[in-house]
Design a protein around this ligand. Sequence first.
Ligand code: CP3
Length: 369
Amino acid sequence: MSLIKFPELKNDLILRVLRGEKTERAPVWCMRQAGRYLPEFRAIRVENEFFKVCRNPELAAEVTIQPIRRYSGLLDASIIFCDILVIPQAMGMEVLMVPGKGPHFPAPLVVPEDMKKLVDREDNYSVHEELDYVYKAITLTRTRLDGEVPLFGFIGAPWTLMAYMIEGGGSKTFSKAKTWLWKYPEAAHELLDRITKVSVEFLKGQAAAGAQMLQVFDSWAGELAPADYFEFEMPYLLRIAEEVRKAYPDIPIVVFPKGVHPETVEYIVLNSEYAAVSLDWTLNPESLVKDLKARAEAIGKPIIFQGNLDPTVLFASKETIRTKTKEMCNKFTGCGHVCNLGHGMMPDHSPEHLGWFLEAVHEFSSKHQ
Ligand code: CP3
């Protein structure tokens, strides 16, 4: 629990689901709910460079709250406006956000010796000092939210961050980052370990600053074969949840391993401290629940999933959005469900269409929870 005094929470629906309780309906929020599909966000970005918005608590609070304000009463969670790449920045790497192109690292890691350029943030003080602007944004945002909905803090998972730090940006094949796994496995583990240490401190700092839930985004999880995921990501993912939960046992953590095999999801449900796994739209919650039920019950673990409407469904008509949302909600019968998309909002999504999705969740999820 954070020691700061915040306004009383008026909507704790998502927190109850993440604790394993039965609720009147599924809570709903969307990954990337603050972003370029909103004209009010674009208006702020015209004047302010991307990382400036992240670093300025007033601006970060404003854009975090924009979707909560617009969809008044329809969203059940907020997520702090920031980026997963603030950790590579805090470790001494330069990251630019190139309009229309995405993140760009002018000097990515090429060979293991390049890790010497990274600043060690292993002592608590420097992690917290370097990322203090995120904590300030979280504290201000939670105050300004006035208890409307709880606030997520987040990080990128170690493998996903390692991939960006070596590729220098997005990639189609991830061949540079994956080459490290085969050619320099020891250095890869050292890098993953260093990222993990910073991540644990950063998540604890976000919880202390007022984040009521945390999410780990593993956007490039699906690039690894299951066995390689178990070697190069799973131990670090498990460690992050374990260490953060030791310090903050009341703060639920959600993990989003995008693109992974169903067996990997099942392993996380049964063996980790994550409260919920966020599913992309390629996974079928119904068959996951069927496979998991007996094993989860035997060890007293609730099955809680987040997701998983294909984000492109939001380009469809109101009728199709309603039908697909209803079908999706029904597939989460038999488990706790935090309703979300299977990945983030896209810049060309329409705010009106998102509203239809949120209304449909309120209408249909209540019938089976
Ligand atoms: O509303 C929210 O979800 C909170 C803010 C948030 C952002 N990025 C803001 C952002 C969150 C949770 C993220 C996470 C993030 N960042 C991920 C994991 C989720 C995912 O999408 O898989 C990843 C991979 C990144 C890295 C990143 N940041 C990329 C690849 C890009 C460019 C692609 C794009 O969408 O333009 C960004 C930029 C970024 N992060 C934007 C926003 C709103 C758009 C940049 C802009 O405003 O110009």
